[in-house]
Design a protein. Structure first.
Length: 110
């Protein structure tokens, strides 16, 4: 009798599926990760999170096309060493149905 073996699914694939299925989770995930953009030593986390959200909401190729960016450029921009322009950041966020917002820093005295 042969036992059926379940195919392994990567953590990344599960993460993309969860973000695709739960929009509120995707927003909170990206909000938390975007805080890392303030820290040059941890900037990669925010860029990779935006890349993961882009993968969840259409894939990098489709997001790039809709944002008016080449796929190769978007891959490079949303890599650990990427440095997106504000125009690119806003375009990608718009395609995935999100926008940039500003809130006060809790650590700064008024």
């Amino acid at each position: 009798m042969s036992k059926k073996i379940k195919a392994a699914v990567s953590h990344h694939e599960l993460e993309v599926a969860e973000l695709r299925a739960d929009r509120e989770l995707a927003v909170e995930y990206l909000k938390a990760a975007m805080e890392s953009l303030d820290d040059p030593d941890d900037r990669a986390a925010g860029l990779l999170a935006l890349r993961t959200v882009a993968e969840a909401y259409g894939g990098l190729g489709a997001v790039a096309a809709e944002a008016g960016i080449s796929r190769e450029s978007l891959y490079r921009t949303l890599s650990a060493n990427g440095n997106p322009t504000l125009k690119t950041l806003l375009a990608v966020l718009k395609v995935v149905g999100m926008k940039l917002s500003v809130e006060p820093d809790q650590h700064v005295a008024a």
